[in-house]
Write a protein that binds this ligand. Structure first.
Ligand code: GAF
Length: 397
C-alpha cells in the first residue's frame, strides 16, 4: 500500500510570510497590507447555484494570501509563487479574454469594480500571491485568489467590507470569473470565501442571495469529514461545465421559469421536457435542492451520521443524471463506502478534483487505506487527503 499523503494546513501567518517575501524581492519595500481568503468544500448542493438552488459549503483551513500595495498609474503588476508567469499591464487594457491565465482572476476583479464606478481610473496595484489551496483540486483556488484580492482592493480604497460590502465584492468576483476569465461559474465559491465562519457551513440561497450560518461540528459527533483530492485535475474553463449550465438555462426557457427553483409541479415539468438529457439534468438539480434541505434539517437535529446516506445519493445523481463525475471520483467514493464511510460524494464542479467522505472517527485509517489501494489497483493517480475543519472567511491579517 502507498503511504497516505496528508496535506496539513499551514498557519495563515506562515503563508502570509511567503507572500510578503515574494513582494519584497519583486517590488522592493513593504506591502500596504496582507489579505487571506480560503478554499472551500461543498458539503452538498452541487451544480445548483446557477439554477437558483440552495448550497451548503464551508471554508477550508487552506488559504490564498495576497500582499498588495496601491499605485497611482493605472497599472497592475502581479506575481505568484505558484506561477512562472508574472503579469503587468495597464488596468484600462483589461477586457474579456485579456489577460489570460491566472492574472485574469486578479485583473478581472479590478475590471469588475471599475464597471460599477467604485475604483478611480488612476488606481493600480502591486500584488504578490502565495497559496496553500491546491490548484485544480476542485477546492476553489480561483475564488480564494479573487476574494483575497477583492478585499485588498476594497480596504486600500476605503470601500465598505461589512456584510453588504462583501456582497458587492462577491458580485465583482463572479463577474471577473464569468466575463474576464470566461468560466461561467455560479457564485457559490466566492460567497463562501467571503461569508464563511469557523465551525459553520453557509446555507446559501442562490435565488435571492440570502444566507445563514449552520453549526457544523464533526468531531463531537465522533466523525471526520475526509477531503480526498484525487489528483486528477479538474477544469472549469473547458466546455463541460458551460454545457451543463447552458442545458439548465435552455430547460428554464422551455419550462417558462426564471430558475428551476421556481418549479412547483416537478413531475409535470419533467414530463414536459423534450429531451431525455434535459430530463436527467433537471432531475438532478431538483433532487439536489431537496437533499440540501434534508441535510440542513438533519444538522439542525445534530444527526451528523444520518447525512451520510444523503451525501451518497447526491453522488449517484451527479454521476448518473448530471454526468459530471469521473473514474477517479467514483473510485474514491466507492472505496470510502466499502471501508465504512457513512457517506461519500464528489464535491465541487467535478470532472476530476476532490471527493468528501463522512467517516466514523475509528474508521478513518481503513478508509484512507482503501481509497489508496483502490486507486493503485486501477492505476489511477495517488490521492492525497486534506483537513476539513470549517474555517474563516477572507480577512486582513
Ligand atoms: C464550481 C463552480 F465554480 C460553482 O459555482 C459551482 O457551480 C460548483 O462548481 C458546482 O456546484 O465550483
Amino acid at each position: 500500500m502507498n503511504a497516505p499523503r496528508r496535506v496539513e494546513p499551514v498557519d495563515v501567518h506562515t503563508v502570509a510570510a511567503g507572500a510578503e517575501a515574494l513582494f519584497r524581492s519583486t517590488f522592493g519595500g513593504t506591502a500596504d497590507g496582507v489579505w487571506a481568503a480560503p478554499g472551500r468544500v461543498n458539503l452538498i448542493g452541487e451544480h445548483v447555484d446557477y439554477a437558483g438552488g440552495l448550497v451548503l459549503p464551508f471554508a477550508l483551513p487552506y488559504v490564498t494570501v495576497v500582499a498588495a500595495r496601491i499605485r497611482d498609474d493605472n497599472r497592475l503588476h502581479c506575481v505568484s509563487t505558484q506561477s512562472a508567469d508574472p503579469w503587468q499591464g495597464p488596468l484600462s487594457d483589461v477586457t474579456p479574454g485579456r489577460p489570460t491565465g491566472w492574472a485574469a482572476y486578479v485583473a478581472g476583479v479590478v475590471w469588475a469594480l471599475r464597471q460599477s464606478g467604485t475604483v478611480p481610473a488612476e488606481a493600480g496595484f502591486d500584488v504578490a500571491v502565495h497559496s496553500t489551496v491546491p490548484v485544480g483540486a476542485g477546492l476553489s483556488s480561483s475564488a480564494a485568489l479573487e476574494c483575497a484580492f477583492a478585499l485588498a482592493v476594497a480596504d486600500l480604497l476605503g470601500l465598505p467590507t461589512d456584510t453588504d460590502g462583501r456582497r458587492t465584492l462577491i458580485a465583482a468576483c463572479i463577474r471577473a470569473e464569468n466575463e474576464i476569465v470566461g468560466a461561467s461559474t455560479g457564485g457559490m465559491d466566492q460567497s463562501v470565501a467571503m461569508l464563511a465562519r469557523p465551525g459553520h457551513a453557509l446555507l446559501l440561497d442562490c435565488r435571492g442571495g440570502d444566507s445563514r450560518l449552520v453549526p457544523l461540528d464533526f468531531e463531537s459527533a465522533g466523525a471526520q469529514l475526509l477531503v480526498i483530492d484525487t489528483n486528477a485535475p479538474h477544469r472549469l474553463v473547458d466546455g463541460q461545465y458551460g454545457t451543463r449550465r447552458a442545458t439548465i438555462e435552455k430547460a428554464c426557457a422551455e419550462l417558462g421559469v426564471h430558475t428551476l427553483r421556481d418549479i412547483r409541479d416537478v413531475d409535470g415539468a419533467l414530463a414536459s421536457l423534450a429531451s431525455p438529457e434535459s430530463v436527467r439534468r433537471v432531475r438532478h438539480v431538483l433532487g439536489e435542492i431537496r437533499r440540501v434541505i434534508e441535510v440542513a434539517d438533519l444538522l439542525a437535529q445534530n444527526r451528523i451520521s444520518d447525512i451520510g446516506g444523503v451525501l451518497t445519493r447526491s453522488h449517484l445523481s451527479l454521476r448518473n443524471d448530471y454526468e459530471v463525475s469521473s473514474v477517479e471520483l467514483d473510485c474514491a467514493v466507492d472505496a470510502a463506502l466499502d471501508a465504512g464511510a457513512w457517506g461519500a460524494r464528489m464535491t465541487g464542479g467535478g470532472f476530476g478534483g476532490s471527493a468528501i467522505a463522512l467517516v466514523p472517527a475509528d474508521r478513518v485509517g481503513d478508509v484512507v487505506a482503501q481509497v489508496l489501494d483502490s486507486a493503485a489497483s486501477a492505476a489511477l493517480p495517488t490521492p492525497q487527503f486534506l483537513s476539513a475543519a470549517p474555517s474563516s472567511a477572507a480577512h486582513r491579517l
